[in-house]
Design a protein around this ligand. Structure first.
Ligand code: ARG
Length: 470
C-alpha cells in the first residue's frame, strides 16, 4: 500500500484522509483470533478465483498468478514465516495484502464479486466443520474408554443414588455405560449441526449478492459444501450455526462435568470408591497426604465457561438487525475458545477414566448400607405373599425400622425380627436381601443386572467397531 500524503493506508482507505487512531485499530483488529482460519481463508480464495476465471470475470493468467501466490502464502504459513500484521485488521486482509506483495496486480482482482462479509462466514463455517469432526473423535475415544472400564466391571456392585441417598444397588458397568449413552447423543448433536451448517455463503457478497455473473454452485462444491445458501442477507448474517455448536458443546461439557463431579465424590476419603492415577492427581503444597482431583474440578468449571460462551454469543446476536454488523466479529473468539476448552476437557476425562482404580470392596460395602435392598424385600412380599405393593411398602418400612433400631443391615436382621412384623416370612427371604441378588434381579431392558450390562457392552462394542482392535 502506497504511503501517500493525505490518504489512509488502509485497504478500505480511499475515502479517508487520516489513519484510524491506535485505540480504534486495537478494538477493530481481530487478527490475533481469526489467524486460526488462515487455511480456510486460502481455500476460499482459491475456489473463488478459480470460479471467477471459469466465469470469464478475471483472466486465466491472473488466476494462475493468484493460485501461485496462494501456494506461497501456504508455504509461509506452514514454515511459520507468514507475516500476520495487526494494522491489516483481520486474516482476510492479511492474506490479500501478502498476495499483493507476492504477485502484484492480479491480487487486486481477487476481491471481485466478494466481500469480507461472505468471506469471513465461509471461512468460519469451514473451520467449525473441521472442529466438529475433532470433537466427535474426542468423544468417541472417551466412549471407548468408558466401554472398556464397563466391560471390566459388569458385576462390580456399587450403591445407586437418588438425592445422593443410597437408593438401590447398581453395577459400576451400568453406571459407566450411562455416560456412553450421553456421549452418543452428544456426538449426534454435533453430527446434526455439521449437516445443517454445510451450506456456502460465498457469493452473497456484502449482503445483496453481486452483479457479476458468478457461479455459486461451483465454489460451494469446491469447498465441500452441500449447496449455496439461498438468501444473501441470511448468508452473511446468520450465526445460528455457531449458536448450535456452542449449545452442543455446552451440553456435552455438562455431561463431562457430571462425571467429573462423580470422580470428585468417589475419590474423597468419605466415599473411597476410586483413586485417580498419579498422572491425573495433584498434590498440595502444604498437606502432604493430599491427592487432589484438580482436572475433574476444572472440567466442572470449564463446563460453565462454555455455557457462558453460548450465552455471550446469543446476547450479541439477539438484537442485531440484518445484515452484517461488526458485533459478529467476536463470534469466532467464543467458538474457538469453546472448542479448545471442550477438546481439553474430553481428553482429560478420557485420561482419568482410563487410569482410575476402582475399589470394588468399598463400593460393595457402601451398597450394602442404607437398607439398599428394601425395594427387593417389598417386591418379594408382592411376589411371594401376593400383597398389594402399597401394603408391602408399609410392611417393609416397619422391617427397615426394626433393622435400624437393632443397628444392622436388612441382610443381617434375624428372621424372628422380620416375623414380628410379618409372620408369614421364612428363611427364603434372605435370597433377595443381598446386594448381588438385588442387582442380578433387575433384568428388565435397560436394567442394571450384570447380564443386561454384559449385553450392552457387547452391543456397544459392535456398534462402535471395537472388537477389531481388541
Ligand atoms: N473481520 C471481520 C469479521 O470477522 C470480517 C468482516 C468485516 N466486514 C466488514 N464489513 N467490516 O467479522
Amino acid at each position: 500500500m502506497a504511503d501517500k500524503q493525505g490518504e489512509s493506508q488502509q485497504m478500505w482507505g480511499g475515502r479517508f484522509a487520516a489513519q484510524p487512531s491506535d485505540i480504534m485499530q486495537s478494538i477493530n483488529a481481530s487478527i490475533d483470533v481469526d489467524r486460526r482460519m488462515v487455511l480456510q481463508d486460502v481455500a476460499g480464495s482459491r475456489a473463488h478465483a478459480d470460479m471467477l476465471a471459469e466465469c470469464g470475470i478475471i483472466s486465466h493468467e491472473d488466476n494462475e498468478q493468484i493460485q501461485t501466490g496462494l501456494d506461497r502464502v501456504l508455504e509461509e504459513v506452514k514454515a511459520g514465516t507468514f507475516p500476520y500484521r495487526t494494522e491489516l485488521e483481520d486474516i482476510h486482509m492479511n492474506v490479500e495484502a501478502r498476495l499483493k506483495e507476492l504477485v502484484g496486480e492480479p491480487a487486486g482482482r481477487l476481491h471481485t464479486a466478494r466481500s469480507r462479509n461472505d468471506q469471513v462466514v465461509t471461512d468460519f463455517r469451514l473451520w467449525v466443520r473441521g472442529a466438529l469432526t475433532e470433537s466427535q473423535a474426542g468423544l468417541l475415544e472417551l466412549q471407548k474408554t468408558l466401554i472398556r472400564r464397563a466391560a471390566e466391571n459388569t458385576d462390580t456392585i456399587m450403591p445407586g443414588f437418588t438425592h445422593l441417598q443410597t437408593a438401590q444397588p447398581v453395577t459400576l458397568g451400568h453406571h459407566l455405560l450411562a455416560y456412553v449413552e450421553m456421549a452418543e447423543r452428544d456426538r449426534g448433536r454435533m453430527h446434526d449441526a455439521a449437516l445443517r451448517l454445510n451450506e456456502s455463503p460465498l457469493g452473497a457478497a456484502a449482503l445483496a449478492g453481486t452483479g457479476f455473473a458468478i457461479d455459486r454452485d461451483m465454489t460451494s462444491e469446491a469447498l465441500g459444501f452441500d449447496r449455496p445458501m439461498a438468501n444473501s442477507l441470511d448468508a452473511v448474517s446468520a450465526r445460528d450455526f455457531a449458536l448450535e455448536v456452542l449449545s452442543a458443546l455446552s451440553i456435552a461439557a455438562t455431561h463431562l462435568s457430571r462425571l467429573a463431579e462423580e470422580l470428585v465424590l468417589w475419590t474423597s476419603a468419605q466415599f473411597a470408591f476410586a483413586t485417580l492415577s498419579d498422572g491425573w492427581s495433584t498434590g498440595s503444597s502444604i498437606m502432604p497426604q493430599k491427592r487432589n482431583p484438580d482436572a475433574a474440578e476444572l472440567i466442572r468449571a470449564k463446563a460453565a465457561l462454555i455455557a457462558g460462551q453460548f450465552a455471550s454469543l446469543q446476547g450479541a446476536i439477539k438484537a442485531l438487525p440484518l445484515a452484517y454488523a461488526k458485533d459478529l466479529q467476536d463470534d469466532k473468539r467464543l467458538v474457538f475458545e469453546a472448542f479448545d476448552t471442550f477438546g481439553l476437557c474430553v481428553k482429560a476425562m478420557t485420561g482419568m477414566i482410563g487410569t482410575v482404580t476402582f475399589d470394588a470392596d468399598n463400593m460393595r460395602a457402601a451398597a450394602a448400607k442404607g437398607f439398599s435392598t428394601a425395594t427387593d424385600l417389598a417386591d418379594y412380599l408382592v411376589r411371594e405373599l401376593q400383597m398389594p405393593f402399597r401394603d408391602a411398602h408399609h410392611v417393609t418400612g416397619r422391617i427397615v425400622a426394626a433393622a435400624e433400631s437393632e443397628g444392622v443391615d436388612l441382610a443381617a436382621l434375624p428372621l424372628q425380627s422380620m416375623q414380628s412384623v410379618e409372620p408369614r416370612l421364612t428363611e427364603d427371604v434372605f435370597s433377595v436381601l443381598s446386594v448381588e441378588a438385588s442387582a442380578a434381579s433387575r433384568q428388565s431392558y435397560g436394567g442394571t443386572s450384570p447380564a443386561r450390562v454384559t449385553e450392552q457392552v457387547q452391543l456397544w462394542t459392535t456398534r462402535l467397531g471395537l472388537e477389531a482392535k481388541e
